[in-house]
Design a protein around this ligand. Structure first.
Ligand SMILES: Nc1ncnc2c1ncn2[C@@H]1O[C@H](COP(=O)(O)OP(=O)(O)OP(=O)(O)O)[C@@H](O)[C@H]1O
Length: 604
């Protein structure tokens, strides 16, 4: 076929939304003998992959995603006959499975490998001394058998003997608290010292996990909740020295785009804990599973209802969707929130389930805690931002309290005040995005504090680190606050935890900071894993805006512990609620279709 012919028949079907990469794939298909129809479907699958879908459903209610026209039965049958398309049993560039899902080979292979690995992990169980586990669980919960800790107890008991465990739950439901007790239990019932590795998809999430584990260990080592002397070896065995990102743990080599930890060079760890697992994409989960020794235990922890990974896949959501209906013992969902105000828990729950009427009722029932502010145009937004900035200006974040003691304590107090209030934006760019909102807030603060126009830094300026710097121990998402020293020199302070597990602050000179940007307004995506006493969630005014989704709204509103503002037009709020992200892919089905291993034992 002439190059003219295949360019022309592609141009006929090419969609405006296709990216250069999608078009290139379409041309590749034509150059390798594929039909024009296959070339178009391949381009759509490539686009869908870029938007997070591991596969493109070609039939059923999910067909026609991203604007692709539905295929007739005859067209579907013709696709199956194409030599470049297989059913997944042998390597072909594209796979069209029995459920009419079309996938790039890479995604199909990742899903298949993950499902097989997880099935194997589920069926491989180690022997467990049930009585010892029961006694340990009682000790770890100080005899607390109330309803609010039932699920936590089930999780701690359930992890014994298992090589895969999934712990999911909303914010403040005690995931980290439970993970610490799981690790203690595993260490306690095992004669030899276990090598425990904790990690997370982002540097910040990894640091947060480490800090929580340190604080939890402290609480269990001394004070009213201290465990007995017999637990001291187990407590000492809980890793709290370092928590790398998953990429670092797996030895990612960006030049070759490979992980150096793999089946041939597996991780030495006996237990690997991954926090914020909702952010783990397909390729990363596959790499992690490849790098685990068969007998090692994998504990995945996260909130399955939050935003998923940027790259293709929704691994935690799929795992939960597959395991929950089976009432699988390797999955526990924590539901009791220990942290947020009850009225906000009701708001979160309404958003999580996408129930608009219940959200209205929950907001109406919590006038002191939650506020819906119809922000729909530039003038209303400017007024809201001005008010927000003035509240910030008066909140003591510039470190102007004399009673706080030494500089680190004063800085810690100011950082805590800063974390009382955070504006979260659905968008980053745009007039309603985080960059513009941050600029507006900073302009107001500068006016209020009479900062010289040429001064980039001033006391009270908050920044967010945007690139991991292991040498400086600063991670993407860390918040720094600029404060003036006694002699007037400016330092940027960060919260940290000292060796004894106590919160403190440390500083860097402004010119030593890794890449950063203003932090008075951040995107909801960036806020994942953080919480604030008060959060305001700003949505763009266009209900059709692609970014709007139920998960985005849930992730945003659930950051608030005491007070919540939603800055959005009611129509936009309704649009977000009505749009759950359902990433298309075959992982949930592949996980479900495998035989469910029998429960090893039931303690509760
Ligand atoms: N069983 C429990 N008894 C008493 N307090 C608890 C219990 N479990 C958790 N908490 C408290 O609830 C708060 C939240 O716990 P934790 O940080 O473990 O939750 P999380 O689900 O990991 O939260 P995040 O949203 O930060 O991921 C903490 O202050 C913790 O001490």
């Amino acid at each position: 076929m002439s190059s003219y012919r295949f360019r022309r028949d592609l141009d006929d079907s090419a969609a405006e939304v296709w990216r250069p990469l999608d078009r290139a794939l379409a041309h590749w298909v034509r150059a390798h003998g594929g039909s024009a129809e296959l070339a178009a479907v391949a381009a759509w699958a490539s686009l869908a992959d870029g938007l997070g879908d591991a596969a493109l459903p070609l039939r059923g209610e999910d067909a026609g995603r991203h604007g692709m026209a539905r295929l007739s039965d005859a067209a579907l049958a013709a696709l199956r006959q194409q030599p470049l398309v297989g059913d997944g049993s042998r390597r072909t560039p594209f796979v069209l499975d029995a459920d009419d899902r079309f996938a790039l080979w890479r995604n199909h292979a990742d899903e298949t490998a993950i499902a097989a690995c997880l099935r194997q992990r589920r069926s491989a169980a180690d022997p467990v001394d049930g009585a010892a586990v029961k006694a340990a669980v009682d000790a770890l919960f100080g005899g607390d058998r109330t309803r609010r800790v039932q699920a936590q107890r089930m999780a701690v008991a359930g992890v014994a003997g298992r090589r895969l465990f999934v712990l999911t739950g909303g914010p403040g439901t005690g995931k980290t608290t439970t993970v610490l007790r799981m690790l203690l239990l595993l260490q306690r019932v095992q004669p030899q010292r276990l090598l425990i590795q904790v990690a997370a998809p982002t540097g910040k999430a990894a640091q947060r996990l480490l800090q929580s584990l340190r604080q939890g260990k402290m609480q269990l080592s001394q004070g009213e909740h201290a465990l007995g002397e017999e637990w001291s070896a187990a407590l000492a065995g809980i890793a709290d020295a370092e928590a790398p990102t998953l990429h670092r743990l797996l030895g990612y080599d960006p030049r070759r785009n490979v992980f150096t930890r793999n089946r041939r060079r597996p991780l030495a760890a006996d237990i690997v804990v991954v926090d914020e697992a909702s952010m783990v994409d397909l390729a990363l989960l596959r790499a992690l599973l490849d790098a685990l020794r068969p007998q090692a235990r994998l504990i995945l922890v996260g909130d399955a209802d939050q935003l998923t990974s940027v790259a293709a896949g929704s691994t935690l959501m799929d795992l939960v969707a597959a395991l929950e209906p089976q009432r699988a013992a390797e999955l526990v969902r924590l539901q009791h929130s220990f942290r947020a105000e009850r009225e906000l828990v009701r708001v979160n729950e309404a958003v999580r389930s996408g129930d608009a009427a219940e959200l209205d009722a929950a907001l109406a029932a919590a006038p002191q805690r939650a506020l819906l502010r119809p922000v729909g145009d530039a003038a209303v937004l400017a007024a809201a931002l001005q008010q927000w900035a003035l509240q910030l200006a008066g909140s003591g974040i510039a470190g102007d309290d004399a009673d706080a003691g030494d500089a680190a304590s004063a800085a810690l107090a100011a950082l805590r005040r800063l974390s009382q209030r955070q504006l979260l934006c659905a968008l980053r760019e745009d007039a309603f995005g985080a960059l513009a909102a941050n600029a507006a807030i900073e302009a107001q603060l500068r006016r209020h504090w009479q900062v010289a126009a040429e001064a980039l830094w001033y006391p009270g300026r908050a920044v967010m680190i945007t690139r991991n710097d292991y040498a400086l121990r600063l991670f993407n998402g860390d918040i720094g606050l600029c404060l003036a020293d006694a002699d007037g020199s400016l330092r940027v302070w960060f919260e940290t935890v000292d060796a004894a597990g106590q919160a403190t602050a440390r500083w860097l000179a402004p010119d030593r900071l890794p890449l950063h940007e203003g932090a008075f307004a951040v995107t909801v995506h960036k806020s994942q894993g953080s919480e604030y006493a008060e959060a305001a969630v700003l949505l763009p005014p266009d209900p059709e805006q692609r970014i709007l989704s139920r998960q985005l709204l849930y992730t945003g509103v659930s950051r608030a512990k005491q007070r919540l503002q939603i800055w959005a037009l009611p129509s936009v709020l309704a649009a977000a609620l009505a749009r759950p992200i359902r990433r298309a892919g075959g992982l949930a089905a592949k996980l479900r279709d495998g035989p469910a291993p029998p429960d090893q034992f039931e303690l509760f």
